[in-house]
Design a protein around this ligand. Structure first.
Ligand code: ZN
Ligand code: ZN
Length: 582
């Protein structure tokens, strides 16, 4: 208010400005429109006479999400300045609009400022556009501005041109925390955790203290590809720096997602303070790593310490019940969660229940549960029932469920594959073939199984039957040696898991080179004494690879960990933590 008065604006402008701010704060669109109409009438029709008030109205419309009204006012305005253009650019709904506004602005001789450029840069999702905007920003002498810089660095990384991003960074006359963070975050998001970690070291040497935001984004990068060794190094840095809760939660999550529960538990037990996220992460981490009963103990502890679970915590607890086959306990929690914790079961909780019943082989109950749900079942819920049908060999129900899924999403690859698997599993080869034909007609292709493993600070990727790895021949020889070795101990490939109806030898050939087997063989070739072989996979592990991993863990006396999209398998001495139930 004082600022406005001293800016020499007329008194009634100030009153209107207050009213407009109030409309924004109260989300009052109708009142905002009334003020606009009133001002227009006072200005003799058309748009309000004052540019200052017009800009405020523009800001109000964009903040309230009324973009067509903002645009109409913008077009009617007699005069437009850098604020008018920048407001519109920041609220643009796509790169085309943002850029055409920038062009219009330059043509109208209105000079863009650093906010204009950093807003435009948010929209540049392809490299050509980004370079187009980069150029005038340099000409305007704004390139050295820290906002523009960090948007440029961000932009180049998002477009996949890390080299240009680094170049913009390197040319900087002065470095700034914001830009360091952009660059480190950019590298981390691009999956280059090692490079971002190296840069982080440089940042420290340049005299910048570690920011928890940077460390957290580094940890998230390590978590997403499960780069344990790199994550450990970040942990080393983090330990020295702070007891920040968000950072510690990220560390906890990283260790859980890498299957290193002992370390996760150490972090959890030594945390100075915990919030509901810490508890939920620990519970879900234990459950996904097959320590379901421990997860339930932590859940009890959480309640004893006076923490209230949220809806994510309960998803983890139900997951634990489901994977530990604690049907009764899970059902009770589900039925009482609203009364006890004030959390109404959402779709995810319903999904857990379907999974719980399905895993326990209570397929009819699971189906009945879905039919009686008060929310529409989605494809995820149907799919978990479909997987249960496959494990418990109920081809009839599987067909019905898959049809439901395909009704909701006719292009769902998973439904075709699961349906086809269900038929194949019960030797209905004709039906399986028909599903495959339908799949071909709709041009649905199966997502290839891909496994990856971190060896020597590098992540190595394997796809079934793919020979692109430089050592592929050696790896295949090692794999065959392993298969022969466990063959002597009774390993027989489980062909029912293969999709196609092919001759027995061919089936075995296909199974032999599943990506997780290649990754395990490669991991064993490069294993370090006392450290487990840790493999990640994009799809569920198949039954045959599961048996293979169990027998190999015993034969070579090595711990093998396989993470699939939902859970971990810890193979030790011929046994798996999942108890062969996944
Ligand atoms: Zn397999
Ligand atoms: Zn397992």
């Amino acid at each position: 208010m004082d600022v406005l008065q001293s800016s020499g604006l007329p008194r009634d402008h100030i009153a209107y400005a207050d009213l407009i701010q109030l409309c924004i704060k109260r989300n009052a669109a109708a009142e905002g429109r009334r003020i606009h109409r009133h001002l227009s009438a006072a200005g003799g029709g058309g748009s309000p006479a004052s540019l200052f008030l017009c800009n405020l109205l523009l800001g109000m419309y964009t903040k309230l999400g009324l973009s067509s009204e903002a645009r109409q006012l913008f077009e009617e305005m007699r005069d437009r300045n850098v604020i008018s253009f920048t407001t519109m650019i920041a609220a643009a709904d796509g790169e085309f609009l943002a850029l055409s506004l920038l062009v219009r602005m330059i043509r109208a001789n209105v000079r863009p400022n650093m906010y204009t450029y950093s807003s435009v840069l948010q929209f540049c999702s392809d490299l050509r556009l980004l370079k187009t905007v980069h150029c005038p920003a340099v000409k305007a002498g704004l390139e050295s501005d820290v906002f523009v810089r960090s948007s440029l660095v961000d932009g180049y990384f998002k477009c996949g041109d890390g080299d240009s991003g680094r170049a913009v960074f390197a040319e900087m006359p002065t470095t700034d925390m914001v830009v360091w963070n952009s660059l480190i975050g950019g590298l981390a998001q691009a999956g280059d955790a090692a490079a971002s970690l190296a840069l982080f070291g440089e940042m420290r040497r340049a005299g910048f203290g570690p920011s928890t935001a940077t460390l957290t984004s580094l940890l998230r990068a390590c978590t997403s590809v499960a780069m344990l060794e790199t994550g450990r190094q970040v942990h080393g840095q983090a330990a020295k720096s702070s007891s920040d809760l968000i950072l510690h939660n990220a560390l906890l999550d990283m260790y859980c997602k890498c299957g290193e529960l002992a370390e996760a538990e150490t972090i959890f037990n030594t945390m100075v303070s915990r919030d509901v996220i810490s508890w939920s992460t620990m519970i879900a981490g234990l459950a996904q790593n097959g320590r379901c009963r421990d997860a339930l103990v932590v859940f009890e502890e959480m309640q004893l310490t006076g923490f209230k679970p949220n809806h994510i915590t309960l998803v983890g607890v139900l997951f634990a019940c489901s994977h530990a086959r604690l049907v009764q306990q899970g059902r009770e929690l589900f039925l009482t969660m609203e009364k006890t914790f004030g959390i109404r079961p959402a779709r995810e909780h319903h999904g857990c229940m379907v999974d719980l019943l399905g895993r326990a082989g209570q397929l009819k109950e699971a189906m009945k549960f879905i039919m009686e749900m008060d929310c529409e079942p989605d494809t995820i819920i149907w799919k978990s029932l479909l997987a249960a049908c496959r494990v418990h060999r109920d081809a009839g129900m599987a067909a019905a469920v898959a049809r439901e899924i395909l009704r909701l999403d006719p292009d769902d690859k998973g439904a075709y594959i699961l349906l086809s698997n269900a038929y194949a599993g019960s030797n209905q080869w004709g039906d399986a073939e028909e599903v495959r034909r339908a799949m071909k007609e709709r041009r649905v292709t199966k997502e290839p199984g891909c496994s990856w493993i971190e060896v020597g600070k590098k992540t190595h990727f394997f796809i079934a039957g793919d020979k692109s790895h430089p050592q592929s021949e050696v790896i295949e020889r090692e794999l065959e040696r392993l298969i022969r070795r466990i063959g002597g101990e009774g390993y027989v490939p489980e062909t029912a898991f293969v999709l196609q109806d092919v001759e027995r030898e061919q089936k075995e050939e296909l199974l032999k080179y599943h990506s997780e087997k290649l990754a395990i063989a490669f991991g064993l070739m490069n294993s370090i004494e006392g450290k487990p072989v840790r493999v990640m996979k994009n799809l569920r592990i198949c039954g045959d690879c599961h048996t293979f991993a169990k027998m190999v863990s015993k034969a070579v006396g090595q711990r093998i960990i396989v993470r699939d999209p939902v859970r971990f398998h810890h193979f030790v001495g011929g046994e798996c933590s999942c108890g062969d139930y996944w």
